[in-house]
Design a protein around this ligand. Structure first.
Ligand SMILES: NCc1[nH]cc(CCC(=O)O)c1CC(=O)O
Ligand SMILES: [Mg+2]
Length: 327
């Protein structure tokens, strides 16, 4: 005789939902969104079906539409023409430039929207790297100063959460110190703590035209082979004052998400990156996979692994389905 029959807890939809261990909510999601210069522009990103680069006016419309669906946090990434790029990423601190002026507009139009920013040199760097390049090398400590200035400029423009995505050593502590000295003790840092040198970022680099002009990012982003090293990165970011720790990419790094969520008492975020989105959309377009079900299973799995927050290009599609009562 069988005493334990796990199937009893699966016998109806009501019971299945009653015993469900993980639930996903629109509140958990951050929507990454791409910005370009111009007026009335929404330029499709070929490798990310359904995603666009918006001019400032259209970006505001899009944020408004997403906010109606309950999305409350947006991570804004700028795409700049080559003519605005230089070695030192000067445009990153230009208060009248595309990025900072648009951040101010977002906060003006939607004071309740939570704005996350990207702190890294690559969108503004003529070398396409996240750090300052000299003789083919990425300089760490010289980059910190640039990132610190960028962080303060973004805080001045109204950013709520700063997302250093560069993987330089010591940048969380450096930024925290610069922010506090400038009076921005309230501005949060979500650190890209364990950011791997992944092949899954290519569609994003297409979207921003930000691929490195030489070499790769392996001297600063982590080796996908390493798990314990993520704990070291997390310990440093925690000690340096990060408010939230991020793992990136998400789906192939669920073990890392789990490790960090067990070891650190601050919220863990995961970035469900462009390639993960592209892969799902491509298979769905072929009719090989059910794209919606893959989306739901992916997001749920990331949460089950221990992420409280998910940055995902699926945010709007997911929120739309919730609104329509489809899931
Ligand atoms: N600072 C660069 C940055 N910030 C976010 C992403 C990738 C996001 C995605 O693929 O969705 C990247 C790409 C990179 O490191 O080259
Ligand atoms: Mg680090």
């Amino acid at each position: 005789m069988m005493i334990r029959r796990p199937r009893r807890n699966r016998k109806s939809a009501v019971i299945r939902e009653l015993v469900e261990e993980t639930t996903l909510s629109v509140r958990d999601l951050i929507f990454p969104i791409f910005l370009i210069e111009g007026d009335n522009q929404a330029v499709a990103i070929d490798s990310m079906p359904g995603m666009y680069r918006y001019s400032p006016d259209r970006l505001l419309d899009e944020i408004g539409a997403c906010a109606e669906l309950g999305i409350r946090t947006f991570d804004v990434f700028p795409s700049l023409p080559e003519s605005k790029k230089d070695r030192r990423a000067t445009e990153g601190t230009n208060p009248e430039g595309l990025y900072l002026s648009t951040l101010r507009k977002i906060k003006e139009h939607y004071p309740d929207v939570c704005v996350m920013t990207d702190v890294a040199m690559d969108p503004y760097s003529s070398d396409g790297h996240d750090g300052l390049v000299q003789d083919g090398k990425i300089l760490n400590d010289e980059t910190l100063e640039i990132l610190g200035n960028m962080a303060v400029a973004q805080a001045e423009a109204g950013a709520d959460i700063l997302g250093p995505s560069d993987m330089m050593d010591g940048r969380v502590g450096y930024m925290r110190q610069q922010l506090d000295a400038a009076g921005f003790t309230d501005v949060s840092i979500m650190s890209y703590t364990a950011k791997y040198a992944s092949a899954f970022y290519n569609p994003f680099r297409d979207a921003l035209d930000s691929a490195p002009k030489f070499g790769d990012k392996k001297t600063y982003q982590m080796n996908p082979a390493n798990r314990r090293e993520a704990l070291l990165e997390a310990e440093l970011d925690f000690e340096e004052g990060a408010d939230m720790l991020m793992v990136k990419p998400a789906l192939f790094y669920l073990d890392i998400i789990r490790d960090l969520s067990e070891a650190f008492p601050i919220p863990i975020a995961a970035y469900n990156v462009s390639g993960e989105y592209a892969m799902t959309k491509a298979a769905a377009a072929q009719g090989w996979l059910d794209g919606e079900r893959i989306m739901l299973e992916s997001l749920l799995s990331i949460k089950r692994a221990g992420a409280k927050i998910i940055l995902t290009y699926f945010a709007k599609e997911y929120a739309q389905g919730v609104k329509e009562g489809r899931w």
